[in-house]
Structures are given as C-alpha cells and as structure tokens.
Design a protein. Structure first.
Length: 190
C-alpha cells in the first residue's frame, strides 16, 4: 500500500475540522478519525487517504473555484515553501534550482513515484512522475497546482502546469510542462 507523509494531508484535515459539521456528513467512517486524532507531519499515512480526503473537501470549496484539486495543490505548495520546507530554498543563485528542489521533495513525502525535471529553454520545465502507485485525477490536479504555485512562489511570472501525459490514459508516466512568461526575470528570494 502506497504511503504519504502527514505534511501532504494536514491542510485538508484542518479544512475539514474548520467545517466539522459538513465533514462529518461527508466523510466515510474509515476517515473520521482525522477529525480528532493529531496528524503528525513526519508520519506515514495511506496515500488513498490523501486522495479520499481531497474528494471530500473538493465539493466544500466555494463554487467560484474552477478546479478545487489544483487549489489544494497551490495551498500545499505555499505551506511547504513558506513553512515546513522553507529553509531548503534559501541560499541559491540559480533560480531553476529552487523549483528542482521543491519537486525533489516528492521522495520525502511519498513512498512511491519518482519526480524528475528537465529544463526546456527558454521558459519551461518538464516534470515527469514515474512509478507512482496511485495515480488519480484528484492527485494529478493537486500535483499540477503544486507545480505551478511553486514556480509562482519563487518568482516566475504567470506560471502554469499543463498535463501532457497521464498514466490514467495508458501512458508510462504522468508528465506536466510548466511554463512561465518568457523573458521575465524572477524576483529574488530573501
């Protein structure tokens, strides 16, 4: 069974706790323990719990959020880069090293899958996720949001993460092309 670290589910759990009444009505019984038990960011949890918690949270998002899974990924990236893992992104002169570090965090947060990046000059990075045990539309949306928000947070202009291949469609891996506005500089991180 694939596992994920608590750091990937904690924001979902906090959201559900803030909306406890609606969460209790929607959560399957096997997930209700998250409403009361402490989530340890460094502990391992079933990967399917991440997917299933996201499925419960998605319809609870405001109706003007076009893709709630992408929004969840963006929140997760902000939590990681501005909090839990922020120290990993200090002290580099190479702006492309920062997203590469962020995307490399996959291995510390998931026990399956390998995330690799390849720069595609002048304004893109190809991100490939291979050997992930539990691909799903929900998790693909979360990853896409995470990728785009990571680039935004480190200063790239108007980043987007376009899915270009998916294991759910019979491809050997999930692939995103992350682009930003060509010629735009990135803001320095302090």
């Amino acid at each position: 069974m694939a596992k994920t670290k608590g750091t990937t589910i904690i924001a979902l759990v906090k959201f559900l706790r803030r909306h406890r009444e609606a969460a209790e009505a929607r959560l399957p019984s096997r997930l209700r323990h998250y409403l009361d038990e402490r989530v340890h960011v460094a502990s391992w949890y079933p990967e399917e719990d991440l997917r299933d918690l996201a499925r419960v949270v998605a319809p609870m998002f405001p109706v003007d959020v076009a893709n709630p899974f992408e929004a969840m990924g963006r929140v997760s990236a902000r939590d990681h880069l501005e909090g839990t893992y922020g120290h990993l992104f200090e002290g580099t002169e190479d702006p492309l090293a920062i997203p590469a570090r962020a995307f490399a965090l996959w291995a510390s947060m998931h026990d399956s899958g390998r995330m690799e990046t390849r720069v595609e000059p002048p304004n893109a990075v190809r991100v490939e996720l291979t050997d992930f045990a539990m691909p799903s539309p929900e998790l693909c949306g979360i990853v896409g949001g995470y990728l785009a928000e990571t680039l935004r947070l480190v200063g790239f202009s108007a980043p987007e993460a376009e899915p270009i291949a998916c294991r759910l469609d019979g491809m050997p891996s999930c692939v995103w092309r992350c682009r930003w506005i060509a010629g735009e500089g990135i803001a320095p991180r302090s």
